[in-house]
Design a protein around this ligand. Structure first.
Ligand SMILES: [Cu+2]
Length: 65
């Protein structure tokens, strides 16, 4: 389980894009959102570096918390 800060995630559309991007890499991934804090908690078998790279390409750079 990894917590990531996603500073550019501001609305439901962002949330959907983040979820879709992670699920494209790992359909089984579990993602919990804290929209107020702009944080996500990810449970995935994929390497976190790969998830972060995909999110960055999608327009959502992240930093681990
Ligand atoms: Cu948005």
């Amino acid at each position: 389980m990894t917590k990531l800060h996603v500073p550019d995630m501001s609305c439901g559309h962002c949330k959907a894009t983040v979820a879709k991007t992670i699920h494209a890499l790992d359909p089984e991934a579990r993602v919990d959102f804290d929209m107020d804090a702009r944080q996500i908690t990810v449970n995935s078998g994929s390497r976190m570096a790969a998830i972060q790279a995909a999110l960055e390409v999608a327009g959502y750079p992240t930093t681990p918390i």
